[in-house]
Design a protein around this ligand. Structure first.
Ligand code: PGA
Length: 250
């Protein structure tokens, strides 16, 4: 089923105490989450278990920012999908632009991460998005197409477990947001690509989030677009009031 989702990616922010306080503040004023909606907190690894305990048996879900491709072994400093599962993680980001840029993540790695997550029953949130120069040159659809191409190798059953997130890199953390029409154009394009590679049913049922300086003042307009099913929120997810206002825009 195509869900409406708001996910808060905390990135490398908050101490453990601050993270727990943020989750508590969100819980206090969280509206009733309707059937077919999901609100996901994506804290740093160190906070997963603590935040997970706090939100256990609430309507909030837990997400992770990354995982390693292997199940276990001599990979100092890494965290496996199996470990994420053991602390109750339901979702995990894959292919966020910051990891593509700073950690040079390749398509091969992203494919392996997807498989590692599928094996544990964790829903991947697969991110794509063009750089500013691609937007300016008008080349942006080609870039999105290239980034999505590894997904066409998945089975329909696997693809069905994915959430997609369109995050134009020029809008992430910059305060500059894609207009609702720009977001809709790409979301529609992504949905049409899913239909072309799989079928209409799968395309209609895939959740596609928008990310990139989404905030209380623009969330409602973005989410009102036909193919925008919610948001992946960075900066505004670090303030309970802002995050809740965005959740209320669903
Ligand atoms: P932003 O980040 O909301 O701070 O632009 C979004 C993201 O990177 O997921």
């Amino acid at each position: 089923m195509r869900k409406k989702i708001v996910a808060g990616n905390w990135k490398m922010n908050t101490s453990f105490a601050e993270g727990k306080k943020l989750a508590e503040d969100i819980l206090v004023d969280l509206k009733n989450i309707n059937e077919g909606e999901d609100v996901i907190l994506i804290p740093p690894f160190t906070h997963l278990s603590g935040v997970g305990e706090l939100i256990n048996n609430t309507s909030l879900s837990l997400g992770a920012q990354n995982c390693h491709v292997a199940e276990k072994g001599a990979y100092t400093g890494e965290i496996s999908a199996k470990m994420l599962k053991s602390v109750g993680t339901n979702y995990c980001l894959v292919g966020h632009s910051e990891r593509r840029t700073y950690n040079k993540e390749t398509d091969e790695e992203l494919k392996a991460k997807l498989q590692a997550l599928f094996k544990e029953g964790i829903g991947p949130i697969f991110c794509c998005g063009e750089q500013l120069e691609d937007r300016k040159s008008g080349n942006y659809k080609t870039i999105i197409d290239q980034q999505l191409s590894l997904l066409w190798e998945l089975s329909k059953e696997e693809f069905n477990q994915l959430i997609l997130a369109y995050e134009p890199v020029w809008a992430i953390g910059t305060g500059e947001t894609a207009s609702a029409d720009q977001a809709q154009e790409i979301h529609k394009f992504i949905r049409a690509s899913i239909e072309a590679h799989f079928d209409k049913d799968l395309a209609d049922n895939t959740t596609i989030l928008y990310g990139g300086s989404c905030k209380p003042t623009n969330a409602e307009e973005l989410f009102s677009k036909e193919d925008v099913d919610g948001g992946l929120i960075g900066g505004a997810a670090l303030k309970a009031d802002d995050f809740l206002a965005i959740v209320n825009s669903l």
